[in-house]
Design a protein around this ligand. Structure first.
Ligand SMILES: [Zn+2]
Ligand SMILES: [Zn+2]
Length: 141
């Protein structure tokens, strides 16, 4: 556990390794907002992000963030969210299908490259590093 700044409100909070990068207060607020959106969508499945924002008072940027995180899906014709690569309107995630395909191909190439020139980890250096030793001791407590 270490201290981190909440990516949503900027407050310092104890960050759990592998946990969310927002503080507990924001997690609660996000969950409340998400539920509001979810309930509203169950009555108005064809609402656009703008309509959801108006009805639930949740910031429209936050709604689009949920979409990028794949927690929400936009209705067809909502043009508020664009592919981060080519800019065409999309309804879910960060990329359109085409760019997602291209990107996954590129990631594959990167992994291949990484496999080819694996960095040699000098174990001795790690053990001599005082920070490493400190971390080790910290975990023991
Ligand atoms: Zn926060
Ligand atoms: Zn695209």
């Amino acid at each position: 556990m270490s201290l981190a700044n909440c990516s949503r409100c900027g407050k310092v909070f104890s960050h759990v390794t592998g946990g969310r990068d927002i503080c507990p207060a924001c997690i609660k607020e996000e969950d409340d907002n998400y539920l509001k959106i979810f309930h509203y969508l169950s009555t108005r499945p064809s609402a656009t992000a703008q309509e959801i924002a108006q009805a639930t008072e949740v910031d429209v940027k936050e709604i689009y963030r949920y979409v990028r995180e794949n927690r929400l899906r936009l209705v067809q014709g909502d043009t508020g969210l664009q592919c981060e690569s080519c800019g065409i309107p999309i309804t879910q995630g960060k990329l359109c299908d085409n760019c997602a395909k291209i990107l996954s191909a590129e990631i594959k190439i990167d992994i291949e490259k990484f496999k080819q020139n694996k960095p040699k980890i000098a174990t001795n250096d790690l053990i001599r590093d005082p920070k490493y030793l400190k971390d080790r001791r910290g975990k023991g407590n």
